[in-house]
Design a protein around this ligand. Structure first.
Ligand SMILES: [Zn+2]
Ligand SMILES: [Zn+2]
Length: 434
């Protein structure tokens, strides 16, 4: 893998939404935002969704004993496509959670899984996803390709961010998407073939392969068609599950510190992407989605990544430092308080003023202790790397000193963080009580 290429700039703001204006009707994406209907995408998505709705037909009239094969195929197709999207396309490629991805991972998850997911080539998917995150940096959520904030009404935002955004091209942003896709290919050159011949891969793997496999196993053309229909159903299920991350988790739940993402618990089907989505948007290169114990309990994708790492199929995985985690949690709490203050009467906002300064200084103190604890850990690693140059007694003594200091830093960190949380709780109470 080559080192990450510099990110191309974001597009200029959409004039129709420059002043924070909101659209009233879905048709305004054409008139006001100059989007163009992509007939091929719109027809493909509509036709496959219609077939998926009618998928009870092949299951009802499948050849004798063939239903089990169809069920197994559906499960395998959906599981591989979903895992490829969450573990590989999302965390490893889009966010560079590791610096090394081996070719077997590219073949299994990139060429096979990402084609089965039927959401465009890996490069175009990851490129667009990087734009989805890039808008966090300058808070221009209007530029999000799956924007959930364009419309006045919640259901229009839902329909747009969930599915309709794939029906349209945005000439305004095409250049940026293409540049981002090229940057992805520069880092993952082995995926260039899938990008160039994506339609061929899609037709062969999602239609011709199940058709041939079904005909071979079932012995009739109808069996082949049944398995092909099953593959269409699997694609549609996977698409809707993935799209739900862009729709649900950007509309409902607890807000993130700086993005339009929300923490909610739509997590099981998107395999950990829905839950703690806000943690992900606030610390996107972290291979985990979700800090702390709750993250371990509700993020199955991380176990796949840890397994790939254990098998040495990917390089070391990046994770946010404790200081970053604390900063994110503190900023989120402060953002929640600010939002509460906005909804509260003027007297309550004044009450918050007294807490504000103390909260900021407690946050700074917690970060200081977190950085100190991390620095001591780095010193320990350095010391161990120089162990050959000192006596056993010297090494033991210095390790002991570091351990004592590290324990103190950790307990001070815990204390500072507890004080911050208590203060935030009191500020929240003051706001609600005023
Ligand atoms: Zn992401
Ligand atoms: Zn997101």
């Amino acid at each position: 893998m080559t080192p990450p290429a510099p990110e191309p700039p974001s597009p200029p703001p959409l004039p129709a939404l420059a002043e924070g204006a909101r659209l009233r009707r879905l048709s305004e994406v054409k008139s006001a935002l100059r989007h163009r209907l992509n007939l091929v995408n719109a027809s493909y998505i509509s036709a496959t969704h219609l077939l998926a709705l009618l998928a009870w037909v092949p299951f009802l009239y499948a050849p004798e004993g063939f239903r089990g094969v169809m069920g197994l195929y559906l499960l395998c197709h959906a599981a591989l496509a979903l895992l490829s999207t969450t573990a590989y396309a999302h965390r490893l490629v889009s966010h560079g959670a590791t610096k090394r991805i081996s070719w077997p991972v590219h073949v299994l998850f990139g060429y096979i899984g990402q084609t089965l997911a039927a959401q465009g080539s890996l490069a175009s998917w990851a490129g667009k996803h990087r734009v989805h995150h890039a808008v966090d940096g300058h808070a221009r959520h209007d530029e999000d390709p799956y924007s959930a904030v364009w419309f006045e009404s919640a259901w229009r935002n839902f329909v747009w961010s969930h599915v309709l955004c794939y029906f349209f091209d945005s000439p305004h942003e095409e250049g940026v998407y293409a540049e981002r896709a090229e940057a992805v290919l520069k880092q993952n050159g082995v995926m260039r073939l899938q990008h160039r011949y994506y339609v061929v891969f899609l037709l062969v793997m999602n239609f011709l392969t199940p058709l041939a496999l079904g005909a071979l196993v079932g012995g009739t053309l109808w069996a082949g068609l049944c398995l092909m229909w099953t593959a269409v159903l699997a694609c549609v299920v996977v698409q809707n599950v993935t799209w739900s991350v862009n729709s649900f988790t950007h509309m409902w739940g607890a807000p993130a510190a700086k993005s339009s993402a929300k923490n909610n618990y739509v997590w099981l089907l998107p395999l950990g992407e829905g839950n703690h989505h806000a943690d992900h948007h606030d610390a996107p290169t972290d291979y985990r989605n979700g800090f702390g114990l709750l993250g371990w309990l509700s993020d199955p994708t991380r176990y796949v990544l840890l397994s790939l790492r254990a098998l040495r199929l990917v390089g070391p995985l990046q994770r946010a430092t404790r200081a970053t985690e604390l900063r994110v949690l503190a900023e989120r709490r402060l953002a929640t308080l600010a939002a509460l203050a906005q909804r509260s009467p003027a007297a309550a906002r004044e009450a918050l003023g007294g807490y504000e300064e103390r909260l900021m200084s407690l946050k700074a103190r917690a970060l200081e202790h977190a950085q100190r604890a991390e620095q001591l850990q780095r010193e320990r690693v350095r010391l161990l790397s120089r162990r050959a140059s000192m006596s056993r007694a010297q090494l033991k003594e210095q390790l002991f000193v570091l351990k004592v200091e590290w324990r103190r830093a950790r307990s001070e960190l815990r204390h500072a963080w507890e004080m911050f949380l208590i203060e935030a709780l009191l500020a929240g109470r003051a706001l609600r009580g005023a």
